[in-house]
Design a protein around this ligand. Structure first.
Ligand SMILES: Nc1nc2c(ncn2[C@@H]2O[C@H](COP(=O)(O)OP(=O)(O)O)[C@@H](O)[C@H]2O)c(=O)[nH]1
Ligand SMILES: [Mg+2]
Length: 145
C-alpha cells in the first residue's frame, strides 16, 4: 500500500526528508521539537517516519510519534539509521534503546547501519557525500515498497 506522508524526526531525519522529498510524491512533515509532536494527527496515519538515531531529540521523539500514530489506527513504517561507532557510547545507546522499543510496537522498522554502508566506501569521502549515499538508500526503500 502506498503511504501518503514522509515524516522527518530530529535534525538528521528532517535533513534526510528535505533531501529526498523532491523526488518522491509524498507530503513532507518535519518534526523538530515537542510542539511539532503535538501537531501530529490522524491525517498523518499513513506515513513513513524517518530518523537518524543517536540525537537526544529524535531518538526519544520517534518512539512517542509511533505510539501516538498507533493509537490513531495508523499504517506507518519506520526507517532509521544508526550512529557511526566514533560518535560514542551515549549516541549508540540512545539508538539501540529506541530500536528495541520500536521493535516491540508492531510496526515495520527498517534499520540502516551507517557503519556497514560506509565500510566499503572511500574513507576520504566527505560527510555530505556519505549522507548522500545513506539518503539515497532510504529513498530506494520507499520507492521499492
Ligand atoms: N543520513 C543523514 N544523516 C544526517 C543528515 N544530517 C544530519 N544527520 C545525522 O543525524 C544525526 C542527528 O543528530 P542530532 O542533530 O543530535 O539530532 P536530534 O537531536 O535528534 O535532533 C547526527 O548523527 C547526524 O550525523 C543528513 O542529511 N543525512
Ligand atoms: Mg541533538
Amino acid at each position: 500500500m502506498k503511504l501518503k506522508y514522509i515524516i522527518g524526526v530530529g535534525n538528521g531525519g528532517c535533513n534526510i526528508v528535505n533531501n529526498i522529498a523532491g523526488e518522491l510524491s509524498f507530503k513532507k512533515i518535519l518534526i523538530k521539537n515537542n510542539l511539532d509532536i503535538d501537531t501530529i494527527n490522524a491525517d498523518y496515519s499513513s506515513s513513513y517516519i524517518i530518523c537518524s538515531l543517536g540525537g537526544d531529540f529524535g531518538s526519544n521523539a520517534i518512539v512517542k510519534i509511533v505510539e501516538k500514530l498507533k493509537k490513531l489506527n495508523s499504517t506507518t513504517e519506520v526507517i532509521v539509521t544508526t550512529p557511526l561507532l566514533f560518535e560514542g557510547k551515549h549516541r549508540i545507546k540512545l539508538a539501540k534503546d529506541a530500536i528495541e522499543i520500536l521493535n516491540s510496537l508492531s510496526v515495520k522498522v527498517n534499520v540502516i547501519d551507517n557503519n556497514k554502508l560506509l565500510t566499503d566506501t572511500d574513507s576520504s569521502m566527505s560527510m555530505a557525500d556519505s549522507f548522500g549515499i545513506i539518503d539515497n538508500q532510504i529513498k530506494e526503500i520507499i520507492k521499492n515498497a
